[in-house]
Design a protein around this ligand. Structure first.
Ligand SMILES: Cc1cc2nc3c(=O)[nH]c(=O)nc-3n(C[C@H](O)[C@H](O)[C@H](O)COP(=O)(O)O)c2cc1C
Length: 244
């Protein structure tokens, strides 16, 4: 069983997204899966041209030549696919959005209507991998996830059973804190990492992640006030008094 995460952070291997993905994939490996994290920033992924050649001229085939064909194969060969992103302007990064736009060749052109009145395109492939989603925000609180959560509500309604779990991790910049810097926070991060491992294991062993584990993934790492104060202090130190 293959589990693949596409990491859409421009920070790549140094991202908070990676700090979340790493223990999750470790758990998946313990559950018996083969795992891979793809750093999209390291790949050549051109923007979709919107030409619809992949629908009308060369069905299923994009006109662009880049790393996307190889990534599409990896996607289709995976049982579970994760999309990981920092919150950028209340949504996903352009990097991840660009990547997902390039999946157009996997859809067929005709417009179909669902019983609930919504519209869709049928998939070109018999099997799509099941998905999970990981977002981390620089802000505390939940407000910055509202757009992504609304997006996933639509995805889940249109594709029941497709999404295994979603993780909306606030206070993302706290994830790199070390034991020496803040022992209490570091121990909460360790508990968070353990919950990620459990989620990865559960996903590959049972095909789902329990409510209890999902709740654990959303544990408070640091209070809003403490996080805000630490972040502002850091900027003050960097900018000096004149610019603060
Ligand atoms: C261009 C840009 C836009 C951002 N927009 C938001 C935002 O709307 N809400 C938020 O909470 N954080 C925002 N952030 C902060 C990132 O989400 C935060 O730094 C995150 O932890 C980075 O994760 P990464 O290391 O995985 O890239 C933004 C950062 C950048 C560079």
């Amino acid at each position: 069983m293959n589990v693949t995460v596409f990491n859409g952070s421009p920070r790549g291997r140094k991202s908070n997204s990676h700090l979340i993905v790493e223990p999750l994939l470790e758990g998946a490996r313990e559950g018996g899966a083969k795992t891979q994290e793809v750093f999209l920033v390291e790949k050549d992924i051109k923007q979709c041209l919107g030409c619809f050649h992949c629908w009308g001229v060369t069905p299923g085939q994009c006109v662009l030549t880049d790393d996307m064909a190889e990534l599409m194969d990896l996607y289709l060969d995976s049982e579970f696919v994760g999309l990981a992103t920092p919150v950028y302007n209340m949504y996903m990064t352009g990097l991840l959005k660009n990547f997902t736009d390039r999946f157009l060749p996997l859809a067929t052109p005709h417009i179909r209507r669902n019983e609930d009145g919504s519209f869709y395109h049928e998939g070109r492939t018999r099997r799509f991998p099941r998905q999970f989603f990981i977002a981390n925000s620089g802000f505390p609180g939940e407000h910055n996830f509202l757009v992504l959560q609304a997006f996933y509500e639509v995805v889940k309604k249109a594709n029941p059973g497709l999404v295994v779990f979603e993780l909306y991790r606030n206070c993302g910049e706290a994830l790199s804190v070390t034991e020496e810097e803040h022992p209490e926070l570091a121990s909460r991060i360790a508990a968070f990492r353990a919950a990620l491992g459990t989620a990865g294991r559960e996903m590959v062993v049972t095909g789902q992640v329990s409510q209890e584990t999902v709740q654990g993934l959303h544990m408070e790492l640091i209070s809003d006030e403490e996080y805000m104060a630490a972040a502002n202090r850091q900027w003050d130190e960097q900018l000096g008094e004149s610019d603060a």
